[in-house]
Design a protein around this ligand. Structure first.
Ligand SMILES: Cc1ncc(C[n+]2csc(CCOP(=O)(O)OP(=O)(O)O)c2C)c(N)n1
Ligand SMILES: [Mg+2]
Length: 620
């Protein structure tokens, strides 16, 4: 048997360089490179191997968590056909990646995590940053990756990678099973040499299949659709990953069935498509939510049916409602007692289009769809042009960005009050132009996630919508964007803290407690003093970006124009009126309120809550 003698780390990098994926008639290398930070747990192993493999790009980031976010933004933009690996030292460097791993797994995004681990040979334990379990020598901090990884392994001997690495690739490239994959790499094993079989490093192509649905179930779905008078499609992220936008557009146009979009699925259709009703659920449009209320059939395509999508299971109120779910993952296809079409979205939509040539929704439904759409577009125009004084409302800031952005440009965000506003108001032209991480809704995703988007498609301008709360959590990757020449346009909304959770707290009777960025007041002892004197623009400038602060819309538009013309990352800080919010539209979200309290507002909120919960349905 021909062998190649390499360290474990060198062998892993050599293997990663030779993995390719094929889908339809396209093929690409699966790993665009590796992101991370070195410490004693990886510098002499993976770090040394990377120095010998300079054709495998390495990007130094500022926080291991954001390495994973960057990889997630990148792979989401690539429709999961390409990703990055992430390397960390042992201990805190490794556990910094756990949040990113959860985000990847929840969003069904492939990322490979290579945390360093403590010595397999153990004799020098406890080493710096070692956990030391009192009950076993077989547990360390990397075990905390297990629940957030689709596949997890620890490599105690070099030859274990011969069987581990193919498993890694099987999971990462599986459209139904993908997520974070973790290979914990003890620091001594990384450096140990072994004669690996030559074939391990052969170029290998992983085929991404497009399976069709079972025929009997497909016929049942056809019968259900033919019998439906008020059908509604829900487009989730799976539509984008399957590259099924055109197939969805054809099917919707032919049948007249309206389409509502989840956060991950937004942009599946252009906003002006006659059947596109926009956002659905807790952050939905009036158009989509009204149709959902009385829908008798929901065709869910590539959706996980999160509580935001179903407005905590209150959005569908027709007692005879049925579901047909088209999903590559059996797990999701079966949700809500659906007729499960465990299949690729594009293939299935094309098959439905052929099988339902004669089907079209009736005239009454068609006119309701058209009227709701016109009314909704008028509402967006209203919210884009409120002329709020003296500070602009957030909806006007969104409107100004939308007017400044080109049709192919990308809007990135993740957490705060704006995901709801953007879901409702942003008007998408092309697939993948709206990028909201709303599976984990992780503050801090925005800047590194946007860097991944920009690396994936450098031609598009990337706008990043960042709350002041989120900015303070992870501004550090601005330095990385400058280092790598990855230009972003960051809009930082300064509203003195958490407008989102503050508003939620108010609505639950808790008056926004603990959500304002204010000084500790010496007389009350509470956080109700002056606003914190934070200069976000100065902070961004110190990291190497261009930055400016504006307080009105005209200056904001001017700053956006200058940012478009700039050659590096720009930060536009805009002060807004925190209290002027985009309303909800026939929607609700289940956030439990205290059952017992001395506070009148909380008691009242609890009563309202119990009333609202009565609308929750089981969809059995
Ligand atoms: C890592 C993380 N911690 C906490 C939360 C809970 N959370 C959601 S939005 C939010 C406030 C965000 O504040 P900011 O970025 O200023 O946006 P705004 O609410 O003002 O729109 C918090 C704390 C979260 N989503 N992610
Ligand atoms: Mg804020």
């Amino acid at each position: 048997m021909a062998t190649i003698r390499l360290t474990t780390a060198q062998a892993i990098i050599r293997f990663l360089k030779n993995q390719f994926v094929q889908w339809d008639d396209q093929e690409t290398n699966f790993f665009a490179g590796i992101l991370g930070i070195f410490g004693h747990g990886n510098v002499a192993g993976i770090g040394q191997a990377l120095q010998e493999n300079l054709d495998f790009p390495y990007i130094l980031v500022r926080n291991e968590q954001s390495a994973v976010h960057l990889a997630c933004g990148f792979t989401k933009m690539k429709n999961r056909k390409q990703t990055f690996a992430c390397t960390s030292s042992i201990g805190p460097g490794a556990t910094n990646m756990i949040t990113g791993a959860a985000l990847a797994t929840i969003n069904r995004l492939p990322v490979l995590l290579l945390p360093g681990d403590i010595f397999a040979r153990r004799n020098v334990a406890p080493v710096l940053q070692q956990l030391e379990s009192f009950s076993t020598q077989d547990i360390g901090v990397n075990d905390a990756f297990k629940p957030v990884s689709r596949y997890w392994d620890r490599i105690y001997r070099p030859e274990q990678i011969i069987t581990a690495l193919p498993e890694v690739m099987r999971v990462l490239t599986s459209p139904s099973n993908t997520g974070a994959v973790t290979l914990a790499l003890p620091q001594d094993v990384q450096t140990e040499a072994y004669g690996f079989p030559k074939e391990l490093f052969d170029r290998r192509t992983w085929y991404i299949p497009r399976p069709s649905a079972d025929r009997t179930l497909f016929e049942k779905a056809i019968t259900a659709i033919r019998g439906s008078r008020r059908p509604l499609m829900i487009a989730g992220g799976g539509v984008l990953y399957s590259e099924a936008s055109e197939a969805l557009s054809r099917f919707a146009s032919q049948t007249g069935i309206p389409v509502a979009e989840t956060q991950a699925g937004k942009g599946s259709l252009p906003y002006h498509h006659p059947q596109n009703m926009g956002a659905i659920g807790a952050t939905g449009t009036l158009a989509a939510n009204r149709l959902a209320f009385s829908a008798d059939l929901v065709i869910g395509i590539g959706t996980r049916y999160s509580d935001f999508t179903t407005a905590s299971k209150t959005i569908f109120q027709n007692p005879d409602i049925q579901f047909v779910n088209i999903n590559i993952a059996e797990f999701d296809a079966f949700k809500h007692s659906a007729i499960p079409l465990t299949a690729d979205a594009r293939v299935t939509l094309d098959e439905l289009t052929s099988a339902l040539k004669e089907y079209r929704v009736d005239k009454d439904y068609q006119s309701q769809i058209a009227e709701l759409k016109i009314a909704w577009e008028a509402e967006v125009d209203r919210l884009f042009h409120l002329n709020n004084q003296p500070l602009p409302a957030q909806s006007e800031v969104i409107g100004a960005i939308w007017e400044s952005a080109g049709e192919g440009d990308v809007l990135v965000s993740a957490a705060g009050s704006h995901p709801g506003d953007l879901h409702k108001l942003w008007r998408t032209h092309t697939p993948n132009s709206y990028h909201l991480e709303y599976g984990y809704s992780c503050m801090g995703y925005e800047i590194p996630g946007a860097m991944g988007v920009k690396i994936a498609d450098p031609k598009r301008e990337v706008y990043v919508f960042v709350g002041d709360g989120t900015y303070l959590m992870m501004p550090s990757e601005i330095a990385t964007s400058v280092q790598e020449g990855i230009k972003l346009i960051l809009v930082v909304v300064d509203n003195h803290g958490f407008a989102s959770i503050g508003g939620l707290s108010q609505s639950l009777g808790s008056a926004g407690f603990g959500t304002h960025f204010r000084m500790r007041n010496q007389s009350t002892g509470q956080l109700d003093g002056e606003y914190l004197p934070i200069d976000f623009a100065a902070n961004a400038r110190s990291l190497g970006a261009y930055a400016t602060t504006v307080t009105n819309l005209d200056d904001f538009k001017q700053a956006l124009q200058e940012a478009r013309n700039a050659d590096k990352t720009c930060v536009v800080v805009v002060k807004t009126d925190r209290e002027v919010r985009v309303p909800g539209y026939d929607s609700w979200w289940d956030v439990a309120v205290a059952e017992e309290s001395t506070m009148e507002n909380v008691k009242w909120a609890r009563k309202e809550y119990e009333e609202a919960r009565k609308k929750e349905r089981n969809y059995l």
